[in-house]
Design a protein around this ligand. Structure first.
Ligand code: ATP
Ligand code: MG
Length: 286
């Protein structure tokens, strides 16, 4: 029997949409939604399981699933024997300690002997121990932010992205203890034929990620400024330059890293480039 990769994804939550989108961009089709708990891809040997995110590391450790997508926070908190094989760059957030807005803060030692509510007792416990602080950790599974205002704890340790939830509960962030993003995890010992499929999948994921970090750029340049402009556009090998019908002008095509984009685009314009088009790239393979 030919092998099929079993991939565990969050059923519905802050990882789901981007996880589904990632497979779509990798050209792997499957149905999801409307209460489905599993789905087989129509064009890649993969079966998808839709689960609560907390359960995914355990399923991957046990080999029920070969791969899974979870937040690093959950992977570390659950402390299962799984391998992190790739960082995915979405669902970025941080785990932070927050206290009531009106209270003073001079440092983590302020929490000595205090009560802290969290859904991440392991991550918090490890952090406090590394800081030499002993506190009482109260594990609660949700609505952690309410704990200080009802007198359950003096502080909370919870996931933050924009900070608006903290703000609306009268809290202020005082210490970040962990930074997280979505990761692809794998069971420890994959059979060779499944490893081949994982490699195939990783190749596609990397091509999609590289493409997202780059833009295709097309512009018109006066010939006298070509050297200067092409030196600002190194491209994958070197830029493509073709003459325009208008005498003395050329069309220049290249690929530019997103991070360098704004910085270089100004220098390129200053050198005399016109009609600059910036186009997203769907896949990029070196
Ligand atoms: P489930 O019902 O599957 O157990 P959940 O409520 O535990 O879901 P979500 O809130 O959907 O979890 O968050 C899933 C993961 O997304 C978190 O573990 C974290 O890594 C990341 N995350 C959480 N909050 C945010 C946020 N505000 N912005 C970005 N990423 C976040
Ligand atoms: Mg969860």
């Amino acid at each position: 029997m030919s092998s099929v990769l079993r991939i565990a994804l969050q059923k519905s939550g802050r990882l789901s949409e981007d996880s589904y989108q990632l497979f779509k961009e990798c050209g792997i089709r499957f149905d999801y939604g409307t209460g489905k708990l599993k789905s087989i891809s129509s064009n890649f040997p993969a079966e998808f399981l839709f689960l609560r995110d907390d359960d995914i590391p355990g399923y991957v450790e046990d080999g029920v699933a070969d791969l899974g997508i979870v937040g690093e926070n959950v992977a570390v908190e659950t402390n299962r024997q799984v391998n992190t094989i790739h960082k995915l760059g979405f669902s970025k957030c941080r785990l932070s300690i927050a206290i009531l807005r009106g209270n003073d803060w001079s440092g983590i030692q302020d929490l000595e002997g205090k009560n802290i509510a969290t859904s991440y007792p392991n991550l918090l416990g490890t952090y406090l121990a590394s800081q030499g602080v002993t506190a009482n950790i109260h594990e609660i599974s949700g609505s952690v932010e309410i704990a200080p205002s009802i007198g359950l704890a003096e502080a909370v340790c919870d996931i933050v992205s924009s900070g608006s939830t903290l703000l609306s509960n009268g809290l202020k962030e005082v210490e970040t203890i962990f930074r997280s993003e979505a990761i692809l995890i794998a069971r420890p010992e994959l059979p060779a034929e499944k490893q081949t499929l994982v490699d195939k999948l990783l190749f596609r994921i990397k091509a999609v990620q590289v493409a997202k970090n780059n833009k295709y750029i097309v512009l018109n340049a006066p010939n006298h400024a070509l050297d200067q402009i092409t030196s600002l556009l190194p491209g994958m090998k070197s830029p493509t330059v073709t003459p325009l019908a208008t005498e003395g002008w050329s069309s220049v095509h290249s690929v530019l890293n997103e991070n360098e984009f704004w910085e270089n685009i100004e220098a390129i314009r200053a050198a005399g480039a016109e009609g600059i088009l910036v186009i997203p790239i769907e896949k990029m393979i070196y």
